[in-house]
Design a protein around this ligand. Sequence first.
Ligand code: 6LW
Length: 508
Amino acid sequence: MSRGPNPLVPGFNPDPSIVLADDAYYLVTSTFEYLPGIPVYRSTDLAEWTQIGNVATRPEQLLIGDVPTGLGVWAPTIRYREGTFYVIVTVPMSPKGCVVYTATDPAGPWDDGTTIEGVSGIDPDLTWDDEGAAYVTFSGINFDGGGHLGVQQVRADLTAGKALEEPRSLWSGTGLKFPEAPHLYHRGDWWYLLIAEGGTERGHSVSVARGRSPEGPFEGHPANPVLSARSTPRPIQNTGHADLVDTPDGGSALVLLGMRPLGATVAFSPLGRETFVTDVAWVDDWPQPEPVELAPRAGTSTEEFDFAAGDLSDPGWLAVRTLPTEVATTDGGRLVLTGDGRTMADRHPRFVGRRQRHHISTVAVRLDVTAGTGGLASRYDEHSWYGLEAHTDGGSTTVTARARVSGLAQDWTATLPAGEVELRIETRLPAGGFSPEAMGGDRIRLVAAAGGEDVEVTELDGRFWSAEVCASFTGRVVGPYAVDGTVAVAGYRYTGSESSEQHRPGEV
Ligand code: 6LW
């Protein structure tokens, strides 16, 4: 039985990095244009995780207020040394560039970060040699149009914020595209360089090399890539971007990103890139990862917020290019969002949300929309989202279901009695067998309930809001929004579960 559960940290949680410090594990993932940025998850057994905070809780730590969609926070690395936690990350298109944050408590607060000049690239790793010299190893990119430069490295002065030398090229894999996500480890007599190659789609792979010094030269594993799900019917695809850690039982494991595509032949992943785990054996001083197995947690997971004071302080709330507290306030057990005409199609929607973490899920909000127009949306980005929007006028509430995909728009309308309205987004797995539904993606019901009436406003084909179609690096983030006036949210409830019925790509 391979290590699990898998997904390990479900929902929109790509590019995981992990560190073991004082008997606890800490794991961080990418957040792109969302704030707060870089969630910090903690576990004592490498199996069950709690989000204890975020690295970037103040906008000045990231400067992504107007960052293009898809950019922002890419691929952090977390490390621990002599009582201090370090997170190094690149924020492409932000003046922050390649930046290192430190904290003594990983729950925060983290400092404002120090930009390291002289690192042009993505996916930075941080390690130290035996003398304490800091090495930043990264995937070099010429941002002036010169493309990928392979895996590079500099020694750096983390306090002064500068590279101490010109980048040197290290080993760059077997020739697959985009050698990236490097991590460097000292173990026994060897330094190991773990990288991703093949790109973050179905070709994604983990390759490894080793050398006697952190600067190389590195020799690749004869059987690279040592892990990939490409061209297999495995239920977890796109596996790559891995980080190595010791397990509680004295072994080794990788945490890595992967996707759970739904569908028999062409398959689609509603939840985007999630974090998985797999065991690693050591054979002739080489790491040999096990294939990544699907092992979802059993039972139903529930999250409920009634917006009594402080509820928005839960670290799982996200907003777009700004903090949740800039968009919404809590007032007497209600979450209040104020619209200013901007919609979910705007780069700055009046929206707060949480990650959808299960294929079978319901998100329900109870809204007072007598003083405004707003609703409940599920967002990949401003081009790709769906939801329900409501407004009460006189004796009735008009509910409009909206579906948006890359410039395509469709709306459906229903009329319900006036009064508090419950809006629900429900997702479920597609039917199996040879049915048209089995061609991929989940099914999405948009439901409204008021005055004792429960109306399915529409049902959507979830393929259109999957990582493969949205190409947005994110996942689904679901929550309330306001367009105009004031929208009061009386409660937010999430329930989610998985089924052993998930289809495997290539199987019918
Ligand atoms: C990340 C790179 C990648 O920096 O996608 O998975 C980028 N591959 O390693 C954004 O997640």
